[in-house]
Design a protein around this ligand. Sequence first.
Ligand code: HEC
Ligand code: HEC
Length: 219
Amino acid sequence: MKRFSTKNRGRLGHYAQRYRFSITMTILAILLIGIVSAFSNDSTHRVGTAAAIEVKKDSLKSLAAFKTVYAVLQSPRCLNCHPSGDIPLQGDDNRLHAMFPKRGPEGKGMLTMKCANCHQSENTAGLKTPPGSADWHLPPANMKMVFEGRTAHELAKQLIDPKQNGNKDLKALIAHADDGLVKWGWDPGEGRTLPPFTHAEFKEAWITWLTTGAYAPGK
Ligand code: HEC
Ligand code: HEC
């Protein structure tokens, strides 16, 4: 037993000696890469580690892009589902939804007034009929994501705050441009106006704003 463990220790020692040099060099190399990248990335930094998204700060470009983003977010198709109260809005005048369905804890309505009772996964044909898209609902009660009444400054700050945006990082925010409820804004059913820019223009501005530093306008 004793002989076995001594022999074993001897073998481990041999391995340790053989690899000590390369382990030391590897650690040094990692440190060096870390130091170099920490100092070489003043205006450019990467977010996340897997599929990294490059952020290149440019306040002018960012603020210009946010003008388009803000105009879309404040347009009726988007605003009506991002109300400051607990009842969705409707129409181009953002009036309170008829029959006052309430948000409910999950944003899906309450009791007999569940959104899905009337809102299907597709628009209903005809005027003044319920619009539809998969999982039609408001943001939940504990994270209301209010657009109504927010200044450009307030909304810009709110959109990128994980505590207010549903815990979305940069990647999730970018992906949200293609969310089903967002896309519905450009296919809202008969008699409803479209946002002031096309979906492609919105998406481009959204990504530009986010990847140039997500600057908030002064007001
Ligand atoms: C049927 C209701 C509905 C409509 C219409 C709607 N949204 Fe939303 N929106 C939601 C819900 C619900 C969430 C939360 C979803 C989540 O967290 O994944 C949300 C979340 C968001 C977010 C993420 C919140 C944040 O702070 O970053 C953005 C951005 C957004 N919506 C933009 C839009 C835009 C732009 C439009 C119009 C083109 C729109 N929404 C139309 C219901 C809606
Ligand atoms: C009893 C049926 C019913 C229920 C329940 C209901 N809705 Fe509606 N909703 C409608 C009808 C009908 C319209 C279309 C009104 C019109 O165009 O004149 C509508 C329109 C809307 C609009 C306006 C779209 C726009 O941009 O003009 C939004 C937003 C909306 N509903 C959200 C909701 C949400 C969110 C819930 C659940 C909290 C909900 N609705 C519950 C019937 C309902």
